[in-house]
Design a protein around this ligand. Sequence first.
Ligand SMILES: *Cc1c(COP(=O)(O)O)cnc(C)c1O
Length: 384
Amino acid sequence: MSASNERIEFHVHDLGEAEIASVRETIDSLFLTLGPKVARFEERFAAFLDVPHVVGVNSCSMALVLSLRALGIGPGDEVITTPLTFVATSNAILHLGATPVFVDVERETGLLDPAKVRAAITERTRAIVAVHLYGQLADMRALRAIADEHGLALVEDAAHAIEAERDGVRVGHLGDLTTFSFYATKTMASGDGGAIAVHDPELASRLKRLRNHGVSKDAASRHGGLYQHWDMLELGYKCAMTDIEAALLLPQIPRLWERRDRRQALVERYEKALSGHPRIEIVRRQGRSGHHLFTVQVPLGVRDQVLHGLGERNIGVAVNYRAVHTLRHYRERFGFDPQAFPNAWEIGERTISLPLYPKLEEAQVDRVVEALVETLAQLDRKGS
Ligand SMILES: *Cc1c(COP(=O)(O)O)cnc(C)c1O
C-alpha cells in the first residue's frame, strides 16, 4: 500500500515515556487514587493557569455539576449558556434540576453573544456558563460586566481552552469557577479527568468535599497518624481525580505551550491552504486560541456528504457540534425549534473538525486539504 493512502487519524494522543515513568512511580507508591499526586497536580496546574486554587475531579462533566452545585443552583433557577457545545455543559444544569436557557452564538466566532445573554436575563437567572469553543476565549470582559451588573455567577467551560487568552484576559481569570477536561482527545489528556479552577477559598474547600461524598476528610489526609473518624457534612458525589490520572497529567503541564505552538503552526498551514476556497468558511479566531480543534464550515446541505468523502479518503473527522437544542432529548423535553438559535444551528449543520494534534505532520495536513478540496469538487460536479 502506498504511504499516501495511510489512514490519518482524527486524534492521536501524545503520551510517552515521561508519562509511563510517572505512572510507574505512582504504582510503586502507597496511593493510587485521591492522594499526594492529585495535590501536586492541583498545585502545578494552578501555577500554570495563575489562579489561586485548582480542584481535581474525574471529568469536566462532573466539574460542571460540582461547580453549579457549589454555587447553590437548583430547581427553579435558570442558567444561561450556549447551544453550540458538548451536551455535558447543559446536562450539568439539568442534573441539578435547574433550567438551561440557551442564547445564540455570534455567527463569525461561534461564541456566546453577550448582547443576547443580557437580553435573556430574568429574575430567576443565577449564572452564566460560557464555553470557549475550539480554544478561543468567549468575550469574558463583557460577560463579567453583565454578571456583576445582575449579581450572577460566571462559570467558564474551558474544556477546549487551557491555553487561551483574549483582550489581556487568561482562561480562568474572570470566571468564578472554570472547568477543564482531560478526556482522551483534549489538549492535555489522561483518558478521563477534569479540574476546576476557583478563586474563592471557601468554594474550593466545598468542591473538595463535594467530590468525595460530602465527607469531611479524605483517605490521604487521614493517613499516617492514629485513626480519625470522618463525618459526612452534606450530600456529595464520587468524582475525585485519581493519583494515576494526576501522574499522567503532571509531565504534560510543562509541555503545554510547546504543544500549542505546534498546533498553531498546523492551523496556519490549514488556513493558508483553505482560506481562498469559495466553498469553505473558517471561524474568525479571537485572541490567543488554545487550538483544541480546527474546523471548517462547508455549504449548507452537503456536510454529511463531505464527512463521507473524507472518510472514504481515509481521513478521520468529527463534528463539534450539532447544536444541543436540536438533539432529541432537548427537542422533546423543551419543544425547541431548530431555528430558535439560527447561528448555532447553522454552524452545527455546516461544521467539520479536521485532524489537529502535535504529532500530525505537515504532509498529512496537505493530504487532508487535498482530500477536502477533491471531495468538494466532486460534489460540485455531481450537483451541476
Ligand atoms: C469534552 C467536553 C466536555 C466534557 O468533558 P469530559 O471530561 O469528557 O467530561 C465538556 N464541555 C466541552 C465543551 C467539551 O468539549
